[in-house]
Design a protein around this ligand. Structure first.
Ligand code: GDP
Length: 364
């Protein structure tokens, strides 16, 4: 059989695997001037496709940006700090200035201390060896603080290009569309280089004669809870509006299930409040630790659903994180929830293997 190539990127066309370069639905294969689905999305929707971190494309992306001049907007999902980190991020940065942009703050309760959110983000980045020149909280969806962001961008970029970098789902596309609208006054800007020369799409969105926003592919990282559930259920676990915290007074020897996806055991300590910040669609269930495993095996797909999972993912292949708090703290379960707990509490947190769990001083 003759091998056809995408006229956009040159990848060999195939209809078997959507995640691989050159994918085109079988019924389009015979079309004239056929382009692969990635190039189609780039061309028509200004959308950069995601890249898997272990892929060669990811390395190509790192290398292609490293030497360029410009500044980097690093987008962080306030609801998923750890899942927002890109391994090897410093390879992208090179000598560029980094502006940390903490997105989705509309999800946090209004009373949240934003200065604390900013200082925790700075600390997390510093722990990864990244110095953010400026850090700002925004809501791309609500347009909150975008004017301030554009002011920072114009001050820091000094006419150079602005690379927009983030893991998948942090809100990169939403932000870019808003920024284009705000900086050019146009709603549907057509990109100039929408068919890239390689399989990797960096989209160039000019905002002046000499300066562009450069949209980079979203990086898929393994620590996100999203790997364990379907795209449909992802909508369930991602909060859509300002989170209403749920408060539980627990004694040691009690366990909270955060739907079927995580389990928090109160191992030791005085009676304490556990405040759960999560999508209101998720069921939070309190039970006794000694019977928790049994309870979970029986009810993971009934009382603890949605999301619908195929097997009890908290029984085998799990990671257990143990913490003891020395001040009021938030347990962060990547992409799922934060749970605020008091000082002097010992907890074990069980999650499917690979999901990140960490502790930080509380922002609430
Ligand atoms: P990308 O993969 O980084 O390009 O992320 P998207 O822009 O596609 O956004 C991922 C999800 O986050 C979508 O469901 C968006 O509606 C949502 N999202 C993006 N920005 C915000 C925001 O500022 N607030 C809230 N609540 N959701 C957001």
């Amino acid at each position: 059989m003759a091998m056809y190539k995408c006229i956009g990127c040159g990848a060999a066309l195939q209809s078997e695997d959507k995640t691989q370069p050159g994918f085109v639905p079988a019924n389009r294969m015979q079309d004239e001037d056929v382009i692969c689905q990635r190039c189609f999305r780039l061309k028509n929707y200004n959308e950069t496709p995601d890249v898997m971190m272990e892929s060669g494309e990811f390395m190509t992306m790192l290398n292609s940006i490293f030497e360029k001049d410009g500044i980097v907007l690093k987008i962080i999902d306030v609801f998923d700090f750890k899942g927002s980190l890109i391994p090897s991020f410093n390879r992208i940065v090179g000598n560029k200035r980094v502006i940390a942009v903490i997105n989705k703050v509309d999800l946090l309760p209004k009373s949240t201390n934003m200065n604390r959110v900013i200082s925790r983000a700075k600390k997390m980045l510093a722990d990864e060896g990244i110095t953010a020149h400026e850090t700002i909280t925004i809501s791309a969806i609500k347009g909150h603080n975008l004017k301030a962001l554009l002011d920072i961008v114009s001050k820091e970029s000094k006419g150079q290009d602005i690379y927009i970098v983030g893991t998948t789902n942090v809100g990169k596309s939403t932000l870019i569309n808003k920024l284009i609208e705000d900086s050019t006054g146009e709603k549907d800007v057509i990109t100039t280089s929408n068919i890239p020369g390689t399989t990797l799409g960096l989209i160039d969105i000019p905002i002046s004669e000499t300066q562009s926003f450069i949209d980079t592919p979203g990086v898929v990282v393994d620590s996100q809870m999203t790997h364990f559930i379907s795209p449909k259920d992802l909508k369930v676990i991602m909060p859509k509006k300002e989170i209403k915290p749920k408060n539980f007074q627990l004694n040691e020897g009690q366990t909270l299930f955060i739907s079927s996806l995580a389990r928090v055991d109160f191992v030791k300590g005085e009676r304490s409040s556990f405040t759960v910040y999560a999508s209101d669609k998720l069921k939070i269930h309190r039970t006794k630790t000694e019977t928790a495993t049994d309870f979970y095996s029986k009810h993971y797909d009934t009382l603890l659903a949605p999301p619908e999972i195929e097997s009890p993912i908290l029984i085998e292949d799990t990671d257990i994180f143990s913490f003891r708090t020395t001040e009021r703290s938030d347990i962060l379960i990547s992409g799922l929830t934060f749970v605020s707990i008091d000082e002097g509490v010992e907890v074990d947190v069980t999650v499917p293997k690979g999901v990140e769990v960490s502790l930080r001083p509380s922002v609430f």
